[in-house]
Design a protein around this ligand. Structure first.
Ligand code: MG
Length: 160
């Protein structure tokens, strides 16, 4: 079987009073991501990993933030579309592993909910979806709660 590896990275600023969506789940918090879409930085990093694995470009190429059609869009719709592209290219998602860097709130209670939601959107078993979270020990923009960053990697396997 032929495999492709992909890597994605995304950052969004945090602002008081905005809703926070991570991995397709609404998180209870006093800040949310500033974004053209719903700001789901986890999904954006995963989309870029999947697109990167096939050298197709990045999320901004397919869903530009200058396009009014994507204003406030649920990022799960973007991920579902990217997975369709993967399938159209003759690949399946073998696994995805994402790491969220965020100081607050504690994400542990949401991790398995995110994994389940992401597996549902990507149409793969939850065992193939990993989401992890770390603080940055109060250092940098994540630690100062100015923003959140996410890295993601994936492996795609050729199906035909
Ligand atoms: Mg983004």
């Amino acid at each position: 079987m032929h495999f492709r590896i992909g890597h994605g990275f995304d950052v969004h600023q945090l602002e008081a009073g905005l809703p926070l969506f991570l991995g397709g789940i609404k998180i209870e918090h006093d800040k949310g991501c500033v974004a053209h879409s719903d700001g789901d930085v986890v999904i954006h990093a995963i989309c870029d990993a999947l697109l990167g694995a096939l050298a197709l470009g990045d999320i901004g190429k397919f869903f530009p933030d200058s396009d009014e059609r994507y204003r406030g869009i649920d990022s799960k719709i973007l991920l579902a579309r990217v997975v369709e592209m993967v399938v159209e290219k003759g690949y399946e998602v073998s696994n995805v592993d994402a790491t969220i860097s965020m100081q607050r709130p504690k994400l542990r209670p949401y991790i398995d909910l995110m994994r389940e939601k992401l597996s549902e959107v990507m149409k793969i078993p939850v065992e193939r979806v990993s989401v992890k979270a770390t603080t940055t020990e109060h250092m940098g923009f994540e630690g100062e709660e100015k923003g959140v960053s996410v890295t993601a990697v994936c492996i795609l396997g050729q199906t035909k």
